[in-house]
Each structure stands twice: as C-alpha cells, then as structure tokens.
Design a protein around this ligand. Structure first.
Ligand code: NDP
Length: 270
C-alpha cells in the first residue's frame, strides 16, 4: 500500500517539498505519496490528528507550526530538544516522534555542496528566530571557533547565548566584533519583505561565504549586498531545503536519497 506523507503549514501553496519528495521516491523506488496540507492557524493538532486517522505516516512541519509540532510530539530527538522545534513527525502506533532536520540540512549544504569547512572558522549568524535556533546545535557540532548571533531584537540573541554557552556570542547589528567572519548566514526573514538586516560594519573575511537560508527572490537583496561588501562567494538556501528534506526522507524510509540531481532539477526550474 502507498504510504502517505505531507508538509503542513500556513501558508503552504509555495512549498517545494512535494516536488522534492516525489523525486526522492522515484529515484529510490519507495512507494509513497506526499502532499501539501494547509492547517488553520488555530487547528494544527486537529489537522494532524485527522491525517494520522486517515493512515498518514509522517509530516514535515513548516511555518508557523514548528513549536506546535514540538509540543505535540510524544518523543523528541535530542537535536529537536536543543532547537525547541520540530520539522519532521513520524507516526508509529500511538507514538509521535519529533525531530528537526534543518540544522543537518544546512551543515550538509555548506560542507557537501559548497565545500565549506566550518571547523575552526568564525561564523556570523544573522537572526535569532526559529530557524537560527534550529541550526545552532548542528553548527556547533561542526566545530567552529565561534558563532556570533546578531539580531534586530537584542534580547533574542542574548537568549541563544544563554542557552548554548560560550561558543555562541550575542551581538547587535551595530555592535559586531571587529574580527571578520568566514561564513555569514542570513537566518532572518527580512528578504521576504524586500528588506535587509542593517549590518553596520564590514563583516567578510577574505574568501568568506555569504549564505541566505531564504531561497530564490527573497535571497537576492542580501546576496547582492554581500557581494558588494566583499563576500567572495554567495549561496541561497535551496540546497539546505533539499538536504533537510533528504534527512526527513531518511528518518521515514531508512533510505538516503541522492540530493544532487534534485537540487539541479530545482535550480533548472527556477
Ligand atoms: P522567525 O519568524 O522565527 O524569525 C525571523 C527572524 O528574522 C528574527 O530574527 C527577526 O528579528 C528577523 N527579521 C525579520 N525581519 C527583519 C528585518 N526587516 N530586519 C532585520 N531582521 C529581521 O522565522 P524563521 O527563523 O523560521 O525563518 C527565517 C528564514 O529562514 C525565513 O526566510 C525562512 O524561509 C528561512 N528558512 C529556510 C529553510 C531552508 O530549508 N532553506 C528552513 C527554515 C527556514 P526579530 O527577532 O528582531 O524580530
């Protein structure tokens, strides 16, 4: 019987996850269908319950429900506990297993697709929302010298410093350390509104990569500004999207799909 999966969010029409998972299923011969579910803002748990009752095996969870998914899970992977967010749910009998694959998706995109070594490097993480929190545990595991988190609302960056300890330092946009960074990651949603995080100091070391977790149009302004400010290389978050999907697919199916052809397919269609 065909196993059912979906991505749940609000809004959801823009999601590329069905295309990505369909491509993974074709390539690996897994028998599954993967759809989009629009959940009402106040109706996440009920929508998930209906999907489970209809035989659903697992869900990807996107904005604004990653916290709701965290609370709904009856078990949580350690990396999900650290992130306090869940983007992947597995339904196994009465168990609801929650995990987050965003961090590993980002680190694989940086390492495997872009050839960036994080060990010993200086990382600037711009933004302190859900996505920033989700990726910090995986970034720390990759062994950077330091992660500086800069956020518009200083208190949210300070909270991440408190949570993650001495290798994570909080800063404001106007109070960044003078030493430049090897990897600068935009984890804000500013690009969706055509805005830029106002970094007030040159932040790029020679050879630095500027990375925007947003992809497509929403990443263009940040990446153009980064080039103009001296970033040697730039990349948007499409690779992260594909890599986090591959990790979810692996959690559900025990099979690791090849991501390169799927990323190439999405880039060609963009
Ligand atoms: P949140 O709403 O949780 O956080 C938004 C962050 O952006 C906050 O730090 C907020 O600052 C900051 N921000 C918003 N507008 C501005 C602005 N005009 N200037 C400066 N800072 C601003 O969103 P998420 O963390 O969930 O998502 C962030 C981005 O990451 C989104 O674009 C999302 O699409 C992308 N993403 C990509 C993924 C991928 O697979 N490629 C996976 C997950 C997320 P403040 O705290 O001051 O409000």
């Amino acid at each position: 019987m065909t196993d059912r999966y979906a991505v749940i969010g609000n809004p959801i029409a823009h999601s590329k996850s069905p295309e990505i998972h369909a491509a993974f299923a074709r390539a690996t011969g897994e028998d599954l269908e993967y759809t989009r579910i629009l959940a009402p803002l106040e109706g996440f748990a009920a929508t998930v319950a209906a999907f489970r009752a209809a035989g659903g095996r697992g869900l990807n969870v996107t904005l604004p429900f990653k916290g709701d998914a965290y609370r709904l899970a009856t078990e949580r992977a350690e990396r999900a506990r650290a992130a306090e967010a869940v983007n992947t749910l597995r339904f196994e009998g009465t168990r609801i297993v929650g995990d987050t694959t965003d961090g590993v998706g980002l680190v694989r995109d940086l390492g495997d697709n872009l050839g960036v070594t994080l060990a010993g490097r200086r990382v600037l993480l711009v933004g302190a929302g859900g996505a920033a929190r989700s990726v910090i545990p995986a970034l720390l595991e990759a062994g950077p010298e330091a992660i500086v988190v800069a956020n518009r609302t200083a208190g949210r960056a300070a909270e991440l410093e408190r949570q993650f300890g001495e290798r994570v330092q909080a800063a404001g946009f106007g109070t960044l350390p003078r030493r430049p960074f090897d990897v600068v990651i935009n984890a804000t949603s500013a690009g969706h509104a055509g805005e830029l995080p106002p970094l007030e100091r040159p932040v790029f070391a020679a050879d630095a990569l500027a990375y925007d977790m947003t992809y497509g149009k929403g990443a263009e302004a940040f990446l153009a500004a980064a080039r103009a400010a001296g970033a040697a290389r730039v990349a948007d978050g499409l690779g992260m999207l594909v890599e986090q999907a591959a990790e979810s697919f692996f959690l559900w199916r025990g099979v690791r799909p090849d991501t390169a052809p799927v990323l190439a397919m999405l880039r060609a269609a963009a």
